[in-house]
Ligand binder design. Structure first.
Ligand SMILES: [Zn+2]
Length: 167
């Protein structure tokens, strides 16, 4: 085994953890898949525990727990899994719910919606168009001009400030 292979193996073994794999590694895996629809084993390697729980197991982060809830800078919100651009800061508003909220997604292809009847109530689930990752839900009590409220887990997003690097 060459030194380079050793390093690659070490990264693969430690990939799943609190931070997950770096953005470049996620983008490469999505590119190689051709579709962004990776296997659950691949997602386990790439995503952090929290990201996996939200994106792949449809979990919900605690309200007011994610720093992106109070993010005010201009920029773009990408899918934390596959890096597809999903929302713009121009459509973000403070809903007071404790989750990042938007009144519209970026133009298609960005998000998909699907009826969700879990927890005894019917809601509309919002998913990433490319990787199918769970992002949150959309409700019809949002502000103008759409009247929609995309209630999104900050954990499912990666913020890219305008003119800056990803954070
Ligand atoms: Zn995605």
């Amino acid at each position: 085994m060459t030194r380079r292979n050793w390093l690659t193996a070490a990264v693969a073994l430690t990939g799943c953890g609190f931070r997950g794999a770096p953005v470049e590694q996620r983008s490469k895996a999505v590119e190689q898949s051709g579709t962004g629809r990776l296997t659950e084993a691949q997602w386990r390697e790439l995503l952090s525990y929290a990201e996996y729980a939200v994106l792949r197991e449809k979990g919900t982060e605690p309200a007011f727990s994610h720093p992106l809830n109070s993010e005010k800078r201009a920029g773009q919100y990408n899918c934390a899994g596959c890096q597809l651009p999903l929302f713009s800061s121009a459509a973000k508003f403070d809903s007071g719910t404790g989750w990042p909220s938007f009144w519209e997604p970026l133009p298609a292809p960005a998000v998909e919606s699907e009826a969700d009847s879990s927890m005894g109530i019917t809601r509309t689930e919002v998913l990433c168009h490319r990787c199918g990752g769970h992002l949150g839900h959309v409700f019809d009590d949002g502000p103008p001009p759409t009247g929609l409220r995309y209630c999104i887990n900050g954990t499912a997003l990666r913020f890219v400030p305008h003119g800056g690097s990803q954070s």
